[in-house]
Design a protein around this ligand. Sequence first.
Ligand code: AMP
Length: 550
Amino acid sequence: MLSTMQDVPLTVTRILQHGSKIHGTSQVTTWTGEAEPHRRSFAEIGERAAQLAHALRDDLGVDGDERVATLMWNNAEHVEAYFAIPSMGAVLHTLNLRLPPEQLAWIVNHAADRVVLVNGSLLPLLAPLLPHLAPIEHVVISGPGDRSLLDGASVQVHEYEELLAGKPTTYAWPELDERQAAAMCYTSGTTGDPKGVVYSHRSIYLHSMQVNMAQSMGLTDQDTSLIVVPQFHVNAWGLPHGVFMTGVNMLMPDRFLQPAPLAEMIEREQPTHAAAVPTIWQGLLGELQQNPRDISCMKQVTIGGSACPPALMEAFDKLGATVCHAWGMTETSPLGTVARPPAHVVGTEEEMAYRLTQGRFPAGVEARLVGPGGEHLPWDGQSAGELEVRGPWIAGSYYGGAAGENFKPEDKFSEDGWLKTGDVGVISADGFLTLTDRAKDVIKSGGEWISSVELENALMSHPEVAEAAVVAVPDKKWGERPLATVVLKEGASTDFVQLKEFLATKIAKWQLPERWSIVEAVPKTSVGKFDKKVIRRQYADGDLDITELA
Ligand code: AMP
């Protein structure tokens, strides 16, 4: 029999209405680089979202499930777009401003975006691209920037504030089907063409509830969250939607993502929470070593997107900011695991080991490990396989079915509908995931697997190493062997021999790299992760200065 409960659709609109009414005084603070940041209350965000929806519908003719693109930093206007576009029934399409121009053009054309909201500071990126963005008819600009860059462009150019001015501050939001598309985000496309993940109203609503659970981020209206992870990277890990539900104040860095302004923001605005990939925090640590500041206001620092190096976690702990490690993907909205240690180890020596895993699966994410022959592996902390997941906020397909010539759905989804993550790891009997590598980054040496992440973490725990990336390179005898590329800290005096000896105290001898290279910086992807594809190419092209140690 059916239940007797009301069937109220779980929509982004309801998050907007709830947050702007119940938490109307909470604030979105946007860094401006000037004496004072810009502040806007959740109530104002609600009113301006209504005005934006009117502008998009009445002035720009946005209708049905049209995609509306954003090329924006993290700021209040982007939050308004986050709520206005899905709530009116259209689809928010966040564009990754760090992608190579040809990929951005590919994505805009694939999604058929007719309208793009852009920050003025990003016009130098958009203007030369416009001739390649056939579907774009309207460009809506907010914030400072040189408008003349669009002179002569064959699109209609609008000022965001002018479009909103005088529009009604309420909107008759339509009642939407919760399974309808609300937002889309293309994966970074390190191999092949980017793939569009389309989030539903329901998936965003349920994911937001999970973001707010005490075992996930568990923030309240007493908190301020410094959202460094870009709004174009998996909806800033679901934070804007999640924290709007619970009235958590948002601190948005806009384009000021360099270590010095981030440190200043933290000192002046005293966020209690922050979220970003490890490279951002490595940069901040370097800055704090030069110019010490108190960052202990941050009771919780969510780190994800790449494995959190143990040395980074320890350094933050010492500064009084507790790191919480989490794993996820564009396809998983992204919350997949969170590394909160189980109660029985808190305060014991085991606690750190648990915090360094990728974490436990929250309710709503089912997981299994699959071996090379397709067999399901036990959760014994030993058996390594590919992680597969399923759940209500996990993608079951990509936009348009299959994108790109080389895309085979069976590579990403199992026959019974689970997402193949491409991540390799083990799961302990008590349900903690430890990833050892991306399937494509594992070093296959003479029939044994070497984890590039383990080598990197060990190297980055050396006091004179700023960053280290390890990749597999072809080897006549072993098939593949590790190559270590290392960025040394300023004034470092160590050398490869010493680094190898240091590694030998932590890693089995047969796993130690023979090939070494000092580099100025590790190449990064558009979302700040190590770009190992580029390192492998540099090696193949002979662009790296290699030292071989026996
Ligand atoms: P993206 O969709 O661009 O966010 O990339 C998702 C991928 O990032 C995952 O499949 C993992 O390979 C990697 N990743 C994310 N979080 C972590 C983490 N905490 N530890 C290790 N790898 C991670």
